[in-house]
Design a protein around this ligand. Structure first.
Ligand code: ZN
Length: 324
């Protein structure tokens, strides 16, 4: 369910030259061709035994558009294209997560409602912080201005997939001289794990205890890191820096989060994730076309899991979550 698409309009907006430098030009050329090709996607799903995929606009997508009006338009166009060119072209095989323009939280709420009720979207996928006005101003999902969006998410009772994006340009000093670390290799996880912790500490889940957030990449490191965070926040510092949170971060992680295997095909990490959040909250994903369906499926079908757990992670958990 962390499987990406693009549209001609999105391609126009995003010159992937920077990414090509960091990821390799041949790799990015291959990815870009696959992002817009539903037919090849279905052929690869058939070959690797994947029945259904939930697609979403690739990062940064709508979140990276500085101009609010343009962002609202891109969200609407992308959702229409996802329905028309992917879902309707392969009914039952492809579903989609809506893109939402959080530059205008009320417009994001309205578009989410339209996407879910009229187009059949399975939830929203948000690519990290949202640019407001320029490329170096970002608003994270815990900001109070996003209240209309969260109200609508709760009303529709759909999950929000929090997908990574690169850190703000002014906040990359840590990676200077090591540009390959800015994106998916390292910076994505760091950025997204911190974003998720912001949500936990903001009090959002105390106000709306039924919200469901999906994280990719086996939880962006949180299964391993949360115990340390909790220890320092709650035990040694006696509550300093807890923000508005009423509960322990591990409780929010267990009650409000689900994770996918996207792009992290490693058995020891999977074991750690299951031990932190429980097998009922882990779902198979590839992160196509940035990752290979075959590689993901080869790992998943041979890693040491009980048949019951493999069935849950491989589909039953998602069927329950999305009513598929
Ligand atoms: Zn992804």
């Amino acid at each position: 369910m962390e499987e990406h698409l693009s549209t001609p309009r999105n391609n126009e907006l995003w010159d992937a030259a920077g990414e090509a430098v960091r990821n390799g030009r041949a790799y990015m050329a291959d990815v870009e061709a696959k992002l817009v090709d539903a037919e090849q996607r279905i052929a690869l799903m058939d070959r690797s035994g994947i029945a259904t995929t939930i697609v979403s606009l690739t990062s940064p997508g709508v979140q990276g558009v500085s101009d609010s009006r343009q962002a609202v338009e891109l969200a609407r166009e992308s959702n229409d294209a996802a329905r028309r060119d992917f879902v309707d072209a392969y009914p039952g095989r492809l579903e989609f997560f809506a893109a939402v323009a959080l530059q205008d939280p009320q417009a994001a709420a309205d578009e989410l409602e339209r996407a879910v009720r009229e187009l059949g979207a399975k939830g929203a996928l948000v690519n990290g912080y949202t640019n407001i006005g320029d490329q170096d101003t970002g608003r994270y999902l815990d900001h109070p201005d996003n209240a209309p969006f969260w109200t609508k998410v709760a009303e529709l009772d759909v999950p929000v997939y929090l997908h990574p994006r690169e850190p703000l340009p002014s906040q990359r000093r840590l990676y200077e001289g090591y540009e390959s670390l800015v994106g998916s290799a390292w910076g994505f996880g760091h950025e997204t794990a911190t974003h998720a912790v912001r949500l936990m500490l903001s009090g959002l889940f105390d106000a709306r205890p039924d919200l469901k957030i999906i994280l990719g990449h086996l939880g962006e490191g949180l299964p391993f890191l949360l115990p340390r965070l909790e220890h320092r926040l709650y035990k040694q510092r006696e509550g300093i820096g807890l923000g508005a949170a009423q509960r322990r971060v591990s409780e929010y992680f267990n009650d409000n989060f689900l994770v996918t295997t996207s792009g992290h095909f490693h058995t020891r990490s999977l074991d750690n994730t299951i031990s932190a959040i429980g097998v009922d909250r882990v779902m198979f994903s590839v992160d196509y076309p940035y990752e290979s369906m075959n590689e993901a499926v080869d790992w998943f079908t041979t890693c040491p899991l009980s048949n019951n757990d493999r069935a849950k992670i491989g589909g039953d958990n998602a069927k329950r979550l999305f009513g598929l």
